[in-house]
Structure formats: structure tokens, C-alpha cells
Design a protein. Sequence first.
Length: 56
Amino acid sequence: MARPLRALDWVVIAALVILAAIVIYLLQPLIIVIAIAAVGYIIYRWYTGRRLVRTG
């Protein structure tokens, strides 16, 4: 069974959350571009998959 969290564990978790928030805030435009590219890729794969099934 896992041991209970100590004060140092809470400090480390808080620091990691703050660091992640800062990184996300600074890289927000990059994250938006990656999300748009991922959605476009998924739609492209879905469209080509349907097209191949329909013509085949």
C-alpha cells in the first residue's frame, strides 16, 4: 500500500503543477497549432478511409 503524502511531496506536486501551467501558458500558440494540425489529420484520415471504402 502506498505511503501517505508528506509535506515535501505536496511541495513537489505544487511546483510541478505551477511549472506545467507556466509552460502551457508560454507555449499556448504552439499547443493550439498542434491541436489544429491533429484535428486536420484525423479528419483527413477519416475522409480518405471512407473514400477508399466507398470506391473499393
